[in-house]
Write a protein that binds this ligand. Structure first.
Ligand code: PEP
Ligand code: MG
Length: 594
């Protein structure tokens, strides 16, 4: 690529967004018109209601046909990602979206586009109020479907991505998962957008397709024209406009190094997760839908360490019944066999709001009726979930895990209900597995303090550091004003992890970690040294963590932890750890990758 000098943009102008998919791309920009179309509201006459309704329903059908076409085209190469398109097809069946729009046309005498705009805004508000980042980002799916519908309603023609003349970095206001799936990898070297977050489906797809992407740049479409030279660094979340020759050379070298290391990573997928001195760990995946298990498997996971079940409850207008849950858990178990799938019972409340469940409006939801407290109080919903999990355990190795446990009494209450559900199923003649290991999430300081007592009552622990850090340090995990205090390596957190691992080891039960810390290679040696036997993470992080693990010895990791445990502040722990990792693995830590 020639480096040209743009008249308006100074050399090396840096834009910072969200690094949604790692990797470096160097190319010219291609501006794609994906501005959100807004439906203008207009009053209609009663006589126009039928025609407007018919227009709307025709747009729904057209949108479905387009998505089916995307599915058909992608079926060969990207079969494991098609569930995302299925999610969009399901949204097009959603009663709230379709019926409410039709009802608005009729009752409020609104034109179809105006009515659609209002329903999409309402649905979006519901998702905006969700604290949990992953669940909140499902709003981007609503946006994509709403946008497709609106364009079809207005008869707009979308520029097709396969019309790109040469290699380029796509610059767009937003890209839908369908757009992303259709990207021609030989031409689109990366993409950047104004909106979007790390956990949107577009970001997830970009990561698993290996396309570098920086999202959430807010105004990139107004800052860049087509044909401008640019560099994107999807690991750092930066975009460089009009790179100088020196920057260009620097990034070319970084890109080559990155690609070399990535190629090397592929080999790690099938290698055992074992340290140099023979300490074998289970590297498992965190998923939210059974369809994600196939993608996780490709990354070399040996089981699912955390199947979050909240998303299943968000999909429809009512909580899923026993049959629907049974099918989902069974599909996950069958897709992962012979490795286990750890199903976590519903963890709602706190930052995970599920509109269909009419949760209480609490002043302090993080300490309120959330997770296991909600399940034990509510009863019926919990019984349904326990039955579905027990039935799924007849089809593959399944483990059950209870969230937010703070004492032995809660474990015993859960076990009693589990035993009762099992007896009922057996009496009804339904198949249940003979072995269903029971575990708990260690997420509260109380659980840490009584870990020795709880270790006698369960088969395994799984530490949820996302919550444990929040409760241990009294720092709201989603509050940006105290984000600087959210320190995974705070001595209090390190001591808590140490205590949990010691209790598990004394009772000879497995101890896993499934918070975000598990997937960051900076922490890998610390976790091994503390004595974790399982690390469960975003599946895409597995090869990277495994590579590090295979280059280190557990004895050295224990020695490192011994040194870190006596340091008095988080800052000192961080700098000692970074110095150690940088000197031992310089090539793995010089790219700003976590
Ligand atoms: C955690 O708290 O670390 C965890 C894995 O659970 P969640 O993020 O779903 O609360
Ligand atoms: Mg948690």
């Amino acid at each position: 690529m020639m480096v040209s000098v743009s008249a308006e943009i100074p050399h090396d102008t840096v834009l910072v967004g969200i690094g949604a998919s790692p990797g470096i791309a160097i190319a010219r920009s291609h501006l794609l018109n994906r501005a959100r179309v807004v439906g203008i509201e207009r009053r209609i006459l009663p006589a126009e209601v039928d025609a407007e309704t018919a227009n709307f329903l025709a747009a729904v059908e057209k949108s479905k046909a387009q998505l089916r076409e995307v599915k058909a085209q992608a079926a060969d190469q990207h079969a494991e990602h098609l569930y995302i398109i299925d999610t969009h097809l399901l949204i097009l069946e959603d009663q709230l979206l379709i019926n409410d729009t039709v009802e608005l046309i009729r009752a409020e005498l609104l034109n179809a586009e105006g009515a659609l705009g209002r329903t999409v805004r309402q649905l979006r508000q519901v998702f905006d109020s969700i604290g949990d980042e992953y669940l909140r980002e499902r709003r981007t799916d609503i946006d994509s479907v709403g946008d497709r519908l609106m364009r079809n309603l207005l008869g707009e023609i979308r520029e097709n991505l396969d019309e790109l003349a040469g290699q380029a970095i796509v610059v767009a206001h937003d890209l839908s998962p369908a757009d992303t799936l259709q990207l021609d990898r030989s031409k689109v070297l990366g993409f950047v957008t104004d909106v979007g977050g790390r956990t949107s489906h577009t970001a997830i797809l970009a990561r698993s397709l290996g396309i570098p992407a920086v999202l959430g740049l807010e105004t990139v479409t107004t800052q860049v024209a087509s044909g401008e030279p640019m560099i994107i660094d999807g690991s750092a979340g930066t975009v460089l406009l009009n790179p100088s020759p020196a920057t260009f050379r620097d990034y070319l070298a970084r890109k080559q190094r990155y690609e070399y290391l990535e190629k090397e990573l592929i080999a790690y997928r099938t290698l055992p997760a074992e340290t140099l001195d023979g300490c074998r760990l289970a590297l498992r995946g965190n998923v939210e839908l059974p369809e994600e298990v196939a993608v996780a498997r490709e990354q070399g996971v040996e089981g699912i360490g955390l199947f979050r079940t909240e998303l299943l409850f968000l999909a429809g207008s009512a909580p899923p019944d026993e049959e629907a849950q049974y099918r989902a858990y069974r599909a996950a178990a069958e897709a992962m066999a012979p490795h286990p799938v750890t199903i976590r019972t519903l963890d709602v409340g706190g930052d995970k709001f599920v509109p269909e469940l009419n949760l209480l409006d609490e002043v302090n939801p993080a300490m309120g009726l959330r997770a296991i407290r909600f399940s034990l109080k509510e009863g019926g919903l919990f019984r349904t979930q326990l039955r579905a999990i027990l039935r799924a355990s007849a089809h593959g190795p399944v483990r059950i895990m209870f969230p937010m446990i703070s004492g032995v009494a809660e474990i015993r209450a859960c076990r009693r209900l589990l035993d009762k559900a099992r007896e009922e199923l057996v009496a009804e003649g339904l198949a249940v597995g003979s072995d269903l290991p029971v575990g708990i999430m260690v997420e509260t300081p109380a659980a840490v303090l009584v870990a020795d007592l709880m270790a006698r009552e369960v088969d395994f622990f799984s530490v949820g550091t996302n919550d444990l850090i929040q409760y241990c340090l009294a720092v709201d995990r989603g509050n940006e004003h105290v984000a600087y205090l959210y320190e995974p390596l705070h001595p209090a957190v390190l001591r808590a992890l140490h205590q949990v691992c010691a209790a598990a080891s004394a009772a000879q039960i497995e101890v896993a970690i499934c918070g975000e810390m598990a997937g960051e290679q900076l922490y890998t040696l610390v976790l091994v040294g503390l004595g974790f036997t399982e690390l469960s993470m975003n599946p895409a992080a597995v090869p990277r963590v495994k590579r590090l693990l295979r280059q280190a010895a557990a004895a050295e990791a224990r020695e490192l932890v011994g040194r870190l445990l006596v340091l008095p502040t988080a800052a000192e722990v961080v700098s000692a750890l970074k110095a150690e990792m940088n000197s031992r693995f310089p090539q793995l830590f010089d790219l700003g990758q976590p």
